[in-house]
Design a binder for this molecule. Structure first.
Ligand code: MG
Length: 379
C-alpha cells in the first residue's frame, strides 16, 4: 500500500449572529481549522486535523510534508515522523511545523486502523478502560466585565445536561477570579467537580494568590497558571498550593515534554494530540509521564476529528500510578459554538449517564461529512 495523494482543506464559519467570545488571551468571532485527507492507492483514506494557524499549517503540509510522503508506505509512520521532524528540526521544533505533523501522523493512524479493521486505541497498544468521563469546557466571556451570574447560569446548564465536571476560564484578575469560583461552587454544590484554566495569564506570585484564594472550593486542577516557557514559575506555583497544577497544551513533542516532566512542573500533563506531534508523540509522552508517575489528561479543542483523536488517546493512555483502583480519565469536551465539532462527524458523539463508552470502531472512528467541508471551505 502506498500514499497516492494528500488534500488539505481550510474550513471556516463565522459565529452565529456576529457574536464573539474570549478567554484570557484572545477573542474568537469564527471557527477555522485545517484538516487533511491522506489517500492511499487501495482507496483507504485517513483524516487528520491541525490545531493553530490554518494557513501556515496548510503551507507546511503542501510544500514540505506532502512531496516527501507521496509514494511512501503509511505503515512506516514512525519513520515518517522522524524524517519529517528532522526535515524542519532547525526551523520548527515547536509551533506550526509540529501542528501540521500532528495532522499527518493522526491521518496515518486512521489509515492503519481502517486497513486492519481495528480501533486506533488498539493499535496504540490497547484500551486500558471501558469508559471515560467528559467534562464541559466553557464559561468563556462575551465581554471583559461580564456579570458572573451569566457564567453561573451557563454552568448550571452543563450540570443539568449531565456533566459531572466543569472547567471555567479564569485569568481576568485575582479578585474577580476568586469571586467567580466562589459563586460557581456555591451554585453547583459539592458533587460537581470544578477546574479552573488561566491560559497562562499570570506570573507565579499572582497565580499563587489565586490558588490560595480558591483552595477552599475543592478545585480538581488549576490549568496553565503561568506561561509555558516559565518553568521556574510552574515550580513555584506547584510548591505553594494544594491544588493540582496542570499544563502542556502549548508544549510540543517528546522533547518539549521531557523538559517539562523532568522539571516536575505539573501534577497533570495535558498534551494535545493535534498540537504535539500526533498520537505517535502522545504515546512517547505517556511513556515519559509514566516513568515520572505523572497523570495525563489530553487537551482537546477542535473539530470532530480532534474529538475522535482525543477519545482514542484517552482509552489508550496508561494508568498513573497503577493500582486496583485507578483515577478516572477525564475527556475535555469544549462547549463553545463550533459547527465542525458538532457536524463534521455524521455519527453523533454518544454520552450515556455522564460517560463516553468504548466502541469497536475502525481507525479513529468517524464518518466524515464531506458536504460540510464543501460548504465552509475557504482555502
Ligand atoms: Mg486550557
Amino acid at each position: 500500500m502506498k500514499i497516492k495523494d494528500i488534500k488539505t482543506y481550510i474550513v471556516s464559519q463565522k459565529l452565529d449572529n456576529n457574536t464573539r467570545f474570549c478567554y484570557s488571551q484572545a477573542w474568537y468571532n469564527s471557527r477555522t481549522i485545517m484538516i487533511l485527507e491522506i489517500i492511499c492507492d487501495d482507496g483507504i483514506i485517513g483524516w487528520g486535523e491541525a490545531f493553530g494557524n490554518s494557513f501556515i499549517n496548510q503551507s507546511v503540509v503542501e510544500n514540505v510534508y506532502k512531496p516527501y510522503l507521496i509514494g511512501k508506505n503509511p505503515f512506516d509512520s514512525e519513520k515518517h515522523w522522524d524524517d519529517l521532524y528532522n526535515m524542519l528540526r532547525d526551523n520548527g521544533q515547536k509551533g506550526s511545523c509540529i501542528e501540521a505533523l500532528s495532522a499527518i501522523d493522526n491521518a496515518l493512524w486512521d489509515i492503519k486502523g481502517k486497513y486492519t479493521h481495528l480501533p486506533v486505541y488498539t493499535l496504540l497498544g490497547g484500551a486500558r478502560r471501558d469508559k471515560i468521563m467528559p467534562y464541559a469546557t466553557g464559561l468563556y466571556r462575551n465581554s471583559l466585565d461580564q456579570d458572573p451570574k451569566d457564567l453561573v447560569r451557563e454552568a448550571l446548564r452543563y450540570k443539568e445536561a449531565g456533566f459531572r465536571a466543569i472547567k471555567t476560564k479564569i485569568g481576568f484578575g485575582i479578585k474577580e477570579d476568586i469571586k467567580l469560583v466562589e459563586q460557581l461552587r456555591l451554585a453547583l454544590g459539592d458533587e460537581i467537580e470544578l477546574m479552573v484554566d488561566a491560559n497562562h495569564a499570570y506570573n507565579s506570585m499572582s497565580a499563587i494568590k489565586v490558588a490560595r484564594g480558591i483552595e477552599k472550593f475543592n478545585i480538581a486542577w488549576f490549568e496553565e497558571p503561568v506561561p509555558p516557557e516559565d518553568i521556574e514559575g510552574y515550580k513555584e506555583v506547584r510548591a505553594n498550593t494544594i491544588i493540582p497544577i496542570s499544563g502542556g497544551e502549548a508544549e510540543f513533542t517528546q522533547y518539549g515534554f521531557n523538559n517539562f516532566i523532568n522539571n516536575r512542573c505539573v501534577d497533570i500533563l495535558q498534551p494535545d494530540c493535534c498540537v504535539t506531534g500526533g498520537l505517535s508523540a502522545f504515546r512517547r509522552i505517556t511513556t515519559l509521564a509514566k516513568i515520572a508517575n505523572i497523570q495525563v489528561y489530553p487537551h482537546v479543542w477542535g473539530s470532530a476529528i480532534a474529538v475522535a483523536v482525543g477519545i482514542n488517546a484517552c482509552f489508550y493512555q496508561p494508568n498513573y500510578p497503577e493500582a486496583l483502583v485507578t483515577p478516572k480519565v477525564y475527556f475535555e469536551l469544549d462547549r463553545t459554538e463550533n459547527i465542525f465539532r458538532e457536524e463534521l462527524n455524521l455519527d453523533k458523539l454518544q454520552i450515556d449517564d455522564g460517560y463516553i463508552y468504548k466502541k469497536e470502531v475502525e481507525g479513529l472512528g468517524f464518518n466524515i461529512n464531506r458536504k460540510l467541508i464543501e460548504k465552509y471551505q475557504i482555502g
